[in-house]
Design a protein around this ligand. Structure first.
Ligand code: AMP
Ligand code: MG
Length: 333
């Protein structure tokens, strides 16, 4: 499926990498080569830029993204490493291994990149262009695979162009991805290390370094997706009331659009202008901010279901639902 106008594609020389860093700094999207697949990158500290990733991919829900760093010491500013993480990073970084670790409190990484969770998936890719780009930005880069949702991961610049078209601002063409398979994902936020997704580093190689890995998510055939299972999706403590047109006593209001009802204990507006990218960028931070004791609940105004509104509504429904992990929460790739 083609997305209309052709995107800008550059050979990844020094000038192109500097230009790509400028695009990222300005909140744009850059597709770049990694050893696994092509990444659709955004400045990981910029909520709006991260929201644009979901928009460009057409993802129907906000699943957490892998955030890319130039080196392990940079990742340590954003997440907490334990001894297992240190050993795995020493053995396999740079390389096709992503580690899910607890976010550092006060980390500047977009909550949207974590899909609202207290955890973050981090990785140091083994690709010169990727490393130079992240170093040039001087910020971490959030990047899922550079293809529309539901399509196979792009392993060449031409695939990216074909799939995303001008939804991506710039593509750095670094040739075909040598591994051609996504990174392995290991969740180290619990007592047991869990292989959430098999990928470019083999289970055996990792077990030689940290001992047995439990299988979760896509690693275990037929199993419910591990993030839903282990980390749970972000759910406010307060009850959430959907499609609110007015405010009931004691409620905080998650508003949308120019004309919210009055009378709430506190009102935060996802987007006064009705911009869905802005709404997505604000969603998790505002839900958290409103979720304070002494209130009867959070009233959420309706958000249109088109574009990013689909994923916004998906999250709001989950926030309003009973606290069980949802069985349909299957891996997206
Ligand atoms: P992709 O977006 O294709 O790169 O895939 C990223 C994968 O990493 C998804 O399957 C996510 O569910 C998983 N992932 C990323 N961050 C986390 C996290 N904090 N907790 C659990 N899984 C994660
Ligand atoms: Mg993919």
């Amino acid at each position: 499926m083609s997305a209309g106008p052709a995107p800008r594609v550059l050979a990844p020389d020094a000038a192109a990498i500097a230009e790509a860093a400028r695009v990222l700094r300005a909140g744009g999207l850059v597709a770049f080569p990694t050893e696994t697949v092509y990444g659709l990158g955004a400045d990981a500290l910029n909520d709006r830029a991260v929201a644009r990733i979901f928009e460009a991919k057409g993802r129907p829900r906000f699943n957490p993204l892998i955030v890319h760093f130039p080196a392990a010491e940079d990742a340590r500013h954003c997440v907490v490493f334990d001894a297992r993480a240190e050993r795995l990073a020493a053995a396999f970084w740079p390389g096709p291994l992503s580690l899910v670790l607890p976010r550092r409190s006060g980390s500047a990484v977009s909550l949207l990149a974590s899909a609202g969770l207290e955890t973050l998936a981090v990785r140091v890719p083994r690709n010169d262009v990727a490393l130079k780009l992240i170093a040039a930005l001087e910020r971490p880069v959030a990047a899922p695979s550079a293809n529309r949702s539901g399509e196979v991961s792009a392993t060449a610049a031409a695939h990216v162009a074909q799939s995303l078209g001008a939804r991506v601002d710039l593509i750095l063409d670094g040739g075909p991805s040598p591994v051609g398979l996504e990174s392995s994902i290991v969740d180290l936020t619990g007592e047991r290390a869990v292989l959430l997704r098999p990928g470019g580093v083999t289970r055996e190689a990792m077990e030689a370094v940290v001992g047995p890995l439990a299988l979760g998510g896509a690693g275990r055939p037929g199993a419910p997706r591990a993030p839903g299972q282990l980390a749970s999706h972000y759910a406010p403590r307060l009850p959430v009331r959907l499609n609110a047109q007015s405010v009931r006593p004691g409620e905080a209001l998650l508003a949308f659009g120019p004309d919210p009802p009055v009378g709430a204990v506190e009102t935060l507006n996802l987007s006064p202008t009705g911009d869905l990218v802005e709404a997505a960028a604000n969603l998790f931070a505002m839900l958290r901010a409103l979720d304070r004791p002494g209130r009867t609940g959070i009233a959420a105004m309706p958000v249109p279901g088109h574009g990013l509104g689909l994923a916004v509504n998906d999250r709001l429904r989950r926030a309003a639902a009973p606290r069980e992990p949802l069985a349909e929460d299957l891996p997206s790739g």
